[in-house]
Write a protein that binds this ligand. Structure first.
Ligand code: G6P
Ligand code: MN
Length: 443
């Protein structure tokens, strides 16, 4: 018997890239069945039919199905990919515009955009994990759903028994860009890294000879030889937003040259400059809504109308490959190295052991083995402590429906300058998230 794979939140426009990666590695991962699930009928119908037609042409031996029934999807599942977005990109746009109205960054995971999104996603994810524990307790649950920092903190705490790994494609994507600059294949380099999701740093980059290439990269940055990173390695990150974002890696490295920052630190190092640099009338979510959300569904419709996916090509990029490679490492006990969000448990010696951190791990049939990072410097530790305090309080606010904790969480976020601003945004958010947030907020 092969493996049944399930994609929860299959209405995401990232689904085709995952389908491509799953299909390319179908034998390696022993995939015999693939079920797509979403709570929205219209979206899962389009993705599900697209998948059925595509698979019937490429891998007719693989059984396909789609459904809006969670239990049905999870029955018999071996590997479950979760990538939900309650409120879709429409609500992401609402978060961004609401924050901007008050002069703050409303990015979907950093700043307060991530706060609103976390309070929508966590209850939905917990319901999915609970159901999976009942229906397919031996299945591996691999989660991409954002904001991953707070989702992982909520799930690992609530269901420590779940075989769930929370991952992000940003480190691998940035590593691809850096490897290209250094003239290496990413697979031939070992990146040492620590932090929180969308909040981490690279400390060393070793080649196969054991030489650390990070000092040279630092010199190139400080001398002005390199001013940006090309995103040409990742087909999903070729537009102006990512161009600026990858350039801000170099800017952040120059500003604080100890370690190379993950690109998302741009929102914390340079909050005021980000407010100047990006278009806040037409935000990132607006651009996703006007672009990918339309083109991906147009393509699904075309394939369904013609009942043929022969001339439809799916871009299997970094995003799809990373989650499939992770599954493959478990299935084939490869013990390959991935950056995963795990309970710290001492991996970072001088950081809260009872907190989720993002560190390299070796992954195989027995699960994850985090790499010991050792002790981290005061600067990074303190930034992480404030951010972790925000994340933990945000999770508590979400689970308890506590306004007081929400207000405390918000002030701990580095993008929030004051009580007044934080409260204004929180009060707007409460009004705009009535359909999603813990009902206790509204009693
Ligand atoms: C990266 C991050 C993801 C995030 C995505 C947003 O891949 O790691 O966590 O969801 O960017 O991309 P988008 O094109 O939707 O802005
Ligand atoms: Mn991510």
């Amino acid at each position: 018997m092969g493996n049944k794979f399930v994609i929860i939140g299959a209405g995401s426009t990232h689904t085709p890239g995952i389908l491509a990666a799953l299909t390319a590695k179908a034998d390696e991962i022993k995939m015999s069945e693939l079920c797509l699930h979403d709570i929205e009928y219209d979206r899962v119908y389009h993705m599900g039919e697209f998948n059925r037609i595509y698979m019937s042409e490429h891998r007719p031996d693989i059984k396909t199905s789609w459904t809006t029934d969670l239990k049905e999807a999870l029955t018999g599942a071996d590997y479950v990919f979760i990538q939900i977005r309650p409120g879709r990109n429409e609500q992401r746009a609402v978060d961004e515009h609401t924050c901007y109205k008050h002069g703050l960054i409303g990015q979907e995971t950093c700043g307060l955009g991530g706060f609103a999104f976390a309070l929508r996603t966590i209850p939905a994810i917990l319901e999915i994990v609970k159901t999976a524990l009942e229906v397919c307790p031996n299945a591996w649950l691999l989660n991409y759903s954002n904001p991953e920092a707070m989702v992982s903190e909520a799930v690992y705490r609530t269901y420590p028994q779940a075989k769930m790994l929370c991952i992000c494609d940003m480190p691998i994507s940035q590593q691809e860009q850096v490897a290209a600059y250094l003239g290496y294949d990413e697979k031939d380099l070992t990146f040492k890294y620590f932090g929180l999701n969308h909040f981490g740093w690279y400390t060393n980059i070793y080649n196969k000879k054991g030489e650390d290439l990070l000092p040279q990269l630092r010199e190139d940055v400080l001398s002005g030889k390199v001013t940006g990173l090309s995103a040409s390695q990742d087909a999903g990150k070729l537009d102006d937003y990512w161009f600026k974002t990858f350039n801000n890696v170099i800017k952040g490295f120059k500003a604080y040259p100890d370690f190379m920052p993950l690109c998302y630190l741009q929102y914390y190092y340079f909050h005021d400059e980000m407010m100047e640099q990006f278009d806040h009338e037409f935000t990132r979510a607006d651009s996703v809504l006007a672009g990918r959300e339309i083109t991906v569904y147009q393509e699904c419709k075309r394939v369904i109308e013609t009942q043929s996916a022969k001339d439809s090509y799916l871009i299997s990029g970094v995003h799809g490959n990373y989650i499939v490679d992770l599954a493959s490492s478990i299935i084939n006990d490869k013990r390959e190295r991935f950056i995963v969000n795990v309970m710290n448990n001492g991996a970072i010696g001088n950081f809260n052991h009872d907190a989720v951190v993002e560190v390299p791990c070796y992954v195989g049939a027995s699960g994850v083995e985090p790499v010991a990072v050792g002790y981290i410097p005061q600067f990074h530790k303190s930034l992480m402590e404030a951010q972790k305090g925000y994340e933990k309080l945000a999770v508590e606010a979400c689970l308890e429906g506590s306004y007081d904790k929400a207000l405390q969480a918000i002030l701990l976020n580095k993008t929030v300058p004051s009580y007044r601003k934080g409260k204004e945004v929180l009060d707007d958010f409460l009004e705009l998230n009535k359909d999603y947030w813990n009902p206790k907020f509204y009693k």
